[in-house]
Design a protein around this ligand. Structure first.
Ligand SMILES: CC(C)(COP(=O)(O)OP(=O)(O)OC[C@H]1O[C@@H](n2cnc3c(N)ncnc32)[C@H](O)[C@@H]1OP(=O)(O)O)[C@@H](O)C(=O)NCCC(=O)NCCS
Length: 280
């Protein structure tokens, strides 16, 4: 059973069958649903038959305001079906009256923190319509970085669909760096790279090595996006991989750019339990 969580101003608790009314009202506010279904009506039986059973599963939290006990909305934080359980999607939906008070950011940060420190999460990601600027702002304030814009086909597209959907993500190592930076404000001015737009791989040189019962390797970052250096075999050398990373982060293709990136920590040693390292 999922335990309730406390944040400074919110109580996040598991859903129960008694939340039908809460969800019915929230999911029928046209402004709340603008970027989700365009504000169309969701019948009560759909909430009872489809929504509640899904929300009773692990990974959905009903959010209430501690000071008043009022139901504010919900947060989702769960892996996708059949996906890597350490790769978790973040979502949120709050009543309009609760917007603009920092509640979504507060809840998201709390779940992310628990995820990385207690639940074995390695990466948090979120998606929304590109035009949903409020939601994008919450993602940014929660520490996620822009990864990509993509386009999907819809039978009945919502206004703004032509601008696409966006994905943001945060990996554990970046989150840890953010925590360190916020507890040492002087380091905050240092330029940061967003390797969440890339994926970690063990560099071929040096090879992995043992540290007690763990295996270590030097992590490097390969771009996720198509079209940059993907067609190259970036496993040939650390330098080649780093050049691609530099290019993707917009820092030019030079060796000095690579050194800068490496100095900022996009190359680092990582030690994990045996067989748990990213595959090259
Ligand atoms: C997205 C949502 C959860 C945000 O909740 P919230 O509690 O208002 O979020 P926060 O107060 O933590 O942060 C909102 C941020 O967006 C900013 N913002 C508000 N309106 C904005 C706008 N029109 N454009 C850009 N940013 C905006 C706020 O200023 C704030 O940023 P700041 O602290 O830097 O000023 C809420 O609007 C919502 O439930 N929307 C409907 C459901 C939805 O779209 N969910 C996401 C689908 S993926």
């Amino acid at each position: 059973m999922q335990a309730p969580l406390d944040t400074e101003r919110l109580l996040l608790r598991p859903f129960t069958a008694a939340d039908v009314d809460n969800l019915y009202h929230l999911h029928n506010d046209p402004e709340v649903m603008r970027f989700l279904n365009g504000g169309t009506h969701t019948p009560r039986e759909v909430i009872e038959r489809d929504t509640i059973p899904r929300f009773l599963c692990y990974g959905f939290w009903a959010a209430s305001e501690k000071s008043t006990g009022a139901f504010l909305g919900w947060f989702a934080f769960h892996p996708t079906d059949g996906g890597d359980p350490r790769d978790v999607e973040l979502g949120y939906r709050l009543h309009k009256a609760a917007w603009g008070k920092g509640y979504a950011t507060e809840g998201a940060r709390s779940l992310i923190s628990r995820g990385f420190t207690e639940w074995g999460v390695r990466r948090v990601w979120a998606q929304t319509m590109a035009v949903n600027t409020r939601s994008r702002r919450v993602m940014e304030k929660a520490g996620l970085a822009y990864v990509r814009t993509f386009h999907e086909e819809f039978d009945d597209p919502l206004p703004g669909t032509e601008h696409g959907e966006v994905e943001y993500a945060l990996i554990k190592a970046d989150w840890e760096q953010q925590q360190t930076a916020s507890s040492h404000p002087r380091t905050q001015s240092r330029p940061t790279v967003h390797p969440s737009s890339m994926r970690p791989e063990c560099a071929p040189h040096p090879p992995t090595w043992r540290d007690g019962d763990r295996v270590c390797c030097q992590l490097v970052w390969k771009p996720r996006s198509k079209g940059t250096q993907r067609s190259h075999d970036m496993r040939q050398s650390t330098m080649k991989t780093s050049t691609a990373a530099v290019e993707t982060s917009g820092r030019g293709r030079t060796t000095s750019g690579y050194r800068k990136l490496a100095a900022e920590g996009s190359f680092r040693d990582e030690c994990l339990p045996l067989n748990d390292l990213p595959q090259a």
